[in-house]
Ligand binder design. Structure first.
Ligand code: FAD
Length: 405
């Protein structure tokens, strides 16, 4: 028995190993990851870790002893370079080949580079892994003015950290609002207003033309001729899935490694999970989605582990997500985009608000800002396939919780 080999020691790769053991799988399990060290969680990198509220040990998904106790072999600092599908073996950069009965690709995603002159100057950062977080944190301690390119989740979380530290920060975004692809316009407006109140400056509809030196970043030049002074620039313009191993092995890709409803690739001996995989989602009317979230990595891993342990089932977990931005706790249940109707429950002035997003007459998802109870109920409703009408959703007297029971 060669057992199961996993490429990637991130959230999905780790969970696959852990869930295999929880499901009673007794064969060998090897996790191969090119990052040094044991699996850790990325979410705090742009939040608690950046604020110095937790250290590297606090990011670890499990203590070191766990891996030996559960028979999970971790080959850290090893890059997988090729898959020999007929021979069922994985080749590593070190020259080793690992034979497998089943291979799970959990290769995640990497930062999208900013394609402008000066993007490689000292002072320009991106944030995906611990090494980048350490470099950014060190730069933050010295920075006098910060520019963030991209008003996505990571850009906004980092802008909130800068504001909390009292640093001037400008967020430069090509579109007309923050989180344009991720949240409803109403929610985006609330989030923007909160950041502005905290001192964050936004420049929307602004394309970056160059990062200006000399020698190191001193400003961000915009296409319209303006310059934003910045000695620290964080580029947060999204990620691209790490699918090259799969492509070279002749596996289908479609905005990520293409898998079916069971998260299997077109080779029955290979599955793919987490940020690197695209799959048909029952929560998007069967459309193929690629989701970048802890929930998707964890639940996808659980789904594949159960299948490999003899209990196959389609992947139908309700997607959910969170983002902490200063005083804001944004939580999203379901897949809200696209939607054709959005209604509000609650009052942002009175503590919190949820936006119920409907598509084709059904609840597609719920965005909650500082209303965690709504979020938990929304997850249960979406799982059960029940939902309030738009009028019920907006009615503060309507008992949502009872509907979810
Ligand atoms: P990853 O965690 O990226 O792990 C993939 C691993 O595979 C990496 O270690 C990579 O080095 C390795 N790898 C790739 N190719 C190879 C190869 N050829 N050989 C060996 N190893 C390889 N999600 C939320 O839900 N909420 C949040 O608040 C949140 N905040 C975040 C903040 C930050 C700063 C970041 C970066 C992400 C955040 N996310 C958040 C997203 C979440 O962390 C990811 O969706 C999750 O980590 C995906 O897990 P994964 O295992 O698919 O990929």
């Amino acid at each position: 028995m060669n057992g199961i080999v996993v490429v990637g020691t991130g959230q999905a790769g780790f969970q696959l190993g852990a869930s295999l053991r929880e499901n009673g799988y007794a064969g060998p399990v090897t996790l191969v990851g090119e990052e040094p060290g044991l699996p850790y969680g990325r979410p705090p990198l742009s939040k608690a870790y950046m604020l110095g509220k937790t250290d590297a040990a606090g990011l670890r998904l499990r203590p070191e002893a766990y891996f030996a106790e559960h028979g999970l072999a971790v080959r850290a600092g090893e890059r997988a370079t090729a898959i020999d599908r007929p021979g069922r073996s994985l080749h590593l950069a070190s020259g080793t080949a690992l034979a497998y009965d089943h291979l799970v690709l959990a290769t995640g995603a990497r930062n999208r580079p900013l394609p402008v002159p000066g993007a490689d100057l000292p002072g320009v950062h991106q944030l995906r892994d611990l090494a980048e977080a350490d470099a950014l944190k060190a730069a933050l301690a010295e920075a006098r003015n910060v520019a963030v390119v991209g008003a996505g989740f990571i850009g906004l979380e980092f802008a909130a950290v800068c504001a909390q530290k009292g640093l001037p920060v400008t967020v430069i975004e090509g579109l007309e609002r923050p989180l344009a692809r991720s949240v409803s316009p109403g929610m985006a407006a609330l989030i923007e207003a909160s950041h502005v109140a905290a001192g964050v400056r936004f420049l929307f509809g602004s394309a970056v033309a160059a990062i200006v030196g000399p020698g190191r970043a001193r400003a961000v030049a915009l296409a319209d001729g303006r310059e934003v002074a910045a000695d620290l620039v964080l580029v947060g313009i999204g990620v691209v899935p790490n699918q090259e191993l799969a492509v070279a092995a002749g596996l289908a890709v479609e905005n990520g490694i293409a898998v079916d409803a069971m998260l299997a690739t077109d080779d029955p001996a290979i599955s793919a999970i987490g940020d690197c995989a695209s799959f048909p989602s029952p929560h998007a009317a069967g459309a193929r989605v690629r989701i970048e979230s802890v929930q998707n990595a964890v639940d996808g891993a659980r789904c594949v582990a159960a299948r490999l342990a003899g209990r196959p089932a389609a992947f139908d977990a309700v997607p959910w997500f969170w983002s902490d931005q200063g005083p804001l706790k944004l939580q999203i249940a379901g897949l809200c985009q696209p939607h054709d109707l959005a209604v509000r429950r609650g009052d942002p002035e009175a503590g919190g608000v949820s936006v119920f997003c409907y598509r084709d007459g059904r609840l597609a998802g719920v965005e909650s800002l500082n209303r965690p109870a709504d979020h938990m109920i929304a997850r249960r409703l979406l799982q059960a396939g029940r939902f309030p009408s738009p009028d019920e959703a907006t009615d503060p007297g309507f008992d949502l919780k009872a509907l979810a029971l």
